[in-house]
Design a protein around this ligand. Structure first.
Ligand code: ASP
Length: 446
């Protein structure tokens, strides 16, 4: 039988109606046996995420009345779910235990992890499934990084153990946390339940990792800027990484590593529209799928470009190394570095530069003595992503024609050496206009 890991995000666990949909999805296929859940998310835009409430419970631990207020909200949420689902789950007892343990542990990670713990407990009772806690299974080293080998070993051993005694039962696991070898709960960074799903998929060598959300897949462009962007049917792990890095929010960025190494595909799906096909994230696009040129577009505002000009720069050996070393020493990562013969620009995130700006400029003057040194803020970077672009001569021409027609001045061009992206810098003021006009590139695929 095919093995599918299913992971449901916070909106899929937000209330009893959503939990019923989750049960239907899991029950509809025998292969959907290994389920990872997030904490209850928002029911509407004004609502709270359970994880946020738990974190603020910790932050307000010295303010009794605030604590009571937050605690009441959490209890109310779970009381509602448990009574709607009509299950035997003692909310009062569980919450009392949580508060008692949190006092002895006194860490934010423990409290933050309880949202996932409750989701998994509630769903396993509701589905008459097996609950597998991830504390003592997902193992973090002392530096709070996952110990992958040990974690895979633990997951596969624990799942085998359950399947031996209960071969037909679904297994429900909380996302987002594990523990150190001493059993101290550690959470991933926010959104980290995606990583748990990937670790489970890798550990059991799954055929597929289904990631259920509230959107029907990865979108060609940012829906806040462009109306109804197309859903990308197939995207490679590498393309997704480019899109995510440039601001498209899809999965937690550490999700892809465990599954991409062994080529387990990820399918992004929508709990509210379960028959939509969603997006498949794969190592390479299957040959039966029509090759497209541009897979997606993503962008971000808020970059600064530092331009240096110096006669005969190209002959000064070590110039680039010395320049990058200045940023390295200040721990500022350099995003792009387009070069000319006697010019070079360094593009960095403005927020990282801000307090070190003067120091860096002084250092550049001292070490490199450029003829011209200028700084431009408020730059947006747009990435046009697609592995198919290397096979086409048209995209670059098309991109610049579109931007010319839209009267957007291009401030920087950088083509990644892998040929999978074209990076363009425009002024922040032109960002929305540029993104909107570039949505025309969707038709280049037809
Ligand atoms: N509940 C955690 C968060 O809100 C983790 C997750 O949902 O993936 O960030």
């Amino acid at each position: 039988m095919k093995k599918t890991v299913v992971k449901f995000g916070g909106s899929s666990l937000a209330d009893s109606n959503q939990i019923i949909k989750v049960k239907d999805i899991i029950s509809s296929s025998e292969s959907r046996k290994y389920c990872v859940v997030s904490a209850a998310g928002k029911r509407n835009s004004a609502d709270d995420k359970i994880t946020d409430l738990l974190i603020s419970l910790y932050k307000n631990r010295d303010d009794k009345s605030k604590q009571e207020e937050i605690f009441a909200k959490i209890k109310d949420r779970f009381d509602g779910i448990v009574s709607d689902l009509n299950i035997d789950f003692d909310v009062d007892k569980e919450l009392t235990e949580m508060i008692a343990t949190s006092k002895s542990k006194n860490t934010v990670d423990y409290l933050a992890s309880r949202g996932e713990y409750f989701s998994a407990k509630i769903l396993s009772i509701y589905m008459n499934a097996k609950f597998l806690d991830m504390q003592n299974v997902i193992t973090f080293d002392d530096n709070k990084k996952v110990n992958y080998e040990l974690t895979y070993e633990n997951i596969s051993r624990e799942i085998d153990r359950i399947e031996k005694d209960f071969p037909d039962k679904k297994i429900i696991m909380p996302g987002f946390y594990g523990s150190t070898r001493d059993g101290e709960v550690v959470t991933f960074s926010r959104g980290g339940s995606d990583i748990t799903g990937a670790l489970v998929a890798r550990a059991i060598n799954a055929d597929l990792y289904e990631n259920w959300t509230d959107v029907s897949g990865v979108l060609f462009e940012d829906p806040r800027l462009v109306e109804n962007p197309a859903i990308i049917d197939y995207i490679t792990y590498t393309e997704l990484r480019e899109m995510s890095y440039m601001g498209a929010s899809v999965l937690h960025e550490e999700t892809v590593y465990p599954v991409s190494k062994v080529g387990i595909p990820i399918n992004i799906l929508n709990t509210n529209r379960p028959t939509d096909k969603g997006t498949m994230i794969v190592s390479s696009i299957p040959s039966i799928i029509k090759r497209r040129t541009v897979t997606g577009i993503a962008g971000r505002k808020g970059f600064t470009s530092i331009l240096l000009q110096k006669a005969l720069m190209n002959e000064e050996i070590g110039f680039l190394a010395r320049l990058l070393n200045i940023f390295d020493k200040e721990k500022i990562s350099v995003e792009h570095c387009p070069t000319g013969i006697d010019t070079i620009s360094v593009v960095v995130r403005s927020e990282l530069l801000n307090e070190k700006r003067q120091e860096i400029l002084d250092q550049i003057k001292k070490d490199l003595n450029p003829d011209v040194l200028s700084v431009e803020d408020n730059i947006s970077i747009i990435a046009i992503v697609g592995e198919g672009m290397v096979y086409s001569n048209d995209v670059t021409a098309e991109v610049f024609a579109i931007l010319r027609d839209a009267k957007v001045a291009v401030k920087m061009i950088d083509q990644g050496s892998s040929g999978i992206n074209i990076i363009i810098g425009v002024s922040d003021n032109d960002y929305e206009k540029a993104m909107k006009s570039l949505s025309k590139l969707q038709s280049i695929n037809n």
